[in-house]
Design a protein around this ligand. Structure first.
Ligand code: MN
Length: 128
């Protein structure tokens, strides 16, 4: 059962990608995926997702640069982008917001909590 929300997951780690894809697909989201920042920006432009979950550490351009490119393009400027990071430090959370991310999701991702977190991000709550 799909409720029509398309989520772009930008993640280079196959296990994390599989977890997020499986959980969100099961929860009824339409999941599209990219493994590099460049692919992520291209796919965001092409498919205009309702939300992007952006890993920060990626091969090639990192998540912050991918966000910058999305924000500088009229077609993807307003797409909400949530930073996904292994960093648990308060400073890293603040850095994510200062880069202009709309929210912050901490690894490890909780399969149990993720659908509700994504639902809250879609509603515009920055804490997931
Ligand atoms: Mn990574």
């Amino acid at each position: 059962m799909s409720h029509g929300y398309r989520i772009l997951v930008v993640e280079d780690n196959e296990l994390n990608l599989k977890l997020v894809r499986d959980v969100l697909t099961y929860a009824g989201y339409d999941v599209i995926e990219a493994r590099t920042g460049e692919q992520g920006v291209a796919l965001a432009t092409e498919r205009l997702p309702d939300l992007v979950l952006m890993d920060l550490q990626l091969p090639g351009i990192d998540g912050a640069e991918a966000l910058r490119q999305m924000r500088s393009s009229p077609s993807t400027q307003t797409v909400p982008v949530v930073a996904v990071t292994a960093y648990a430090m308060k400073e890293d959370r603040e850095r994510a917001f200062s880069c202009g991310f709309d929210g912050y999701l901490e690894k490890p991702i909780s399969a149990r909590e993720l659908p509700a977190q994504v639902h809250r991000f879609l509603k515009g709550d920055s804490d997931g």
